[in-house]
Design a protein around this ligand. Sequence first.
Ligand SMILES: Cc1cc2nc3c(=O)[nH]c(=O)nc-3n(C[C@H](O)[C@H](O)[C@H](O)COP(=O)(O)OP(=O)(O)OC[C@H]3O[C@@H](n4cnc5c(N)ncnc54)[C@H](O)[C@@H]3O)c2cc1C
Length: 508
Amino acid sequence: MKRLLYILLVVVLNVVFPIAVPSASAATTEAHTVVIGSGISGLAAASHLTALLPSSSKIIVLESTDRVGGRLHTLQDHFTHPTDGTPIPVDLGGAWIHGTENNPLTELATTTISPPLTHLTTNYDNSAYFDAGALLSSSAVDAIYADFEEVLSIVEQQQDSDTELPLSSVWDAAYADLSFTDAQQRYTNYQAVNEIELSAAASISSLSHWWWNSDSAFGGPDWLFPGGYNQITNYLATDLQIVNSDPVVSIDRSSSTTVVVTTASGESYSASNVIVTLPLGVLQKGGVAFTPPLPADIQSAIADLQMGVLDKNVLQFPSNFWDSDPSEKKDFFYNIGVGSSREELAPYLENLNFDKYVPGSNLLCVFDSGDTAIANSELDEATRVDAVMDKIRIIWPDAPDPTNYKLTSWWNNENSYGSYSYLATGSSPDSRKAFTQGVDGKLFFAGEHSCVDMASTAHGAYMSGLDAADRVAGVLKAARCMSGAGAKFGAGLLGGAVLAVTSWVLAS
Ligand SMILES: Cc1cc2nc3c(=O)[nH]c(=O)nc-3n(C[C@H](O)[C@H](O)[C@H](O)COP(=O)(O)OP(=O)(O)OC[C@H]3O[C@@H](n4cnc5c(N)ncnc54)[C@H](O)[C@@H]3O)c2cc1C
């Protein structure tokens, strides 16, 4: 009888006050683990955990966008082949496996995924350098590299100073120590943008002189995937339970046993463990509420680490006007342009010859990073394309307008608010390490920003996801993301870091 009365009441309430009765969608979904974010770190965490736990353990991935991959984003059919109209996949975010030796992504791409993914090796030595439109001789390029190395060695000697400085201060002081001429300073400024700023996605005035080169790197060549990086993330996403297009807005761990995650649509998920792979930029914006607030060391890390910006301006032309010898296409063009300060030289300096990788595509990818990328991302697209073309026409005055283009604006992307993290003055590898501790044994972090040794990369993000899964499953032995960082002058780190910077820069 009581039950009948209740049903009657519900029916009446539903008619009179339709929103007074909780709908089925407001029910809490229970899971063993909720993973927030379906970038490569979240997908790695969810797929690895699936393998570690009994098959009955429910693992749910929550994603704000309508796709998986996050900052690995292959644009599938925006560009088409001029001759036959077939789509040309283009990566708007990460594109390379940097350092294929011992890199877990190499095994994934060549052994785990079947058939192995087609890849192409980038040949950085096969580049052309133009100064104010004129091709530089190889001896002139060698001289620029030699001066750059001299500055590097002075800057590295300063890294044991007691006071942390912006890298630019130490860098510019080295010019005076070396009595560089104006011409040498100009070229070394260009090289600092090319070798450091394009890699860090930050201007050297923002980087810490203690830490700018503290990351490690895998050895071996760098690979591009003509079929796009999302081949890897799509593979990882296979068979996972992923809820798309519903951003997480709050994470409540006030219960002693579970964490409750709520999304913008009002759905809630209750889990014993939550792995948060929200990008640093999203954590910094504060759009996701943590209850109770995160521990102080994680809050400091969120505030101290910074998001850098690397943007791609991908242009398709009626023809390839840049390779003078079509049988020997260059991998990169460096367009030193005009001006002498780093700010003047930085915009649209590096050009990847996409037409070498996808012959006949007539595609160029022009990079932009740091402060100039942030400033440029405020401009409308037509103004940006005009600026890119003004720079290209310093080398090729008769270059036609592009027939199609895609410009990224990672700084304004509300799902990352930047391209990847860097160690600004005031932060250190310990800032990254703060994310690896876990909170109350039920909240775990992953994502490129949390990979102590190899942050800002796809493989760093991937390994951080594997580590987080191991932590949840209680099987972590040695964290993949912490092979030895944390000490300011850890043995071998500096050398590895310079290598990391060099290989990344050349590739970015
Ligand atoms: C232009 C560019 C070039 C790069 N080049 C390279 C390269 O060549 N090689 C390399 O190794 N690395 C490169 N990187 C870096 C690499 O792409 C990243 O380090 C890596 O993809 C980050 O993975 P992640 O899982 O940590 O974060 P993400 O991929 O950002 O994943 C986080 C996920 O969380 C989602 N999300 C955000 N907010 C919410 C919310 N509120 N609720 C739910 N979900 C949310 C996002 O949509 C995203 O899917 C590049 C990056 C950029 C941008």
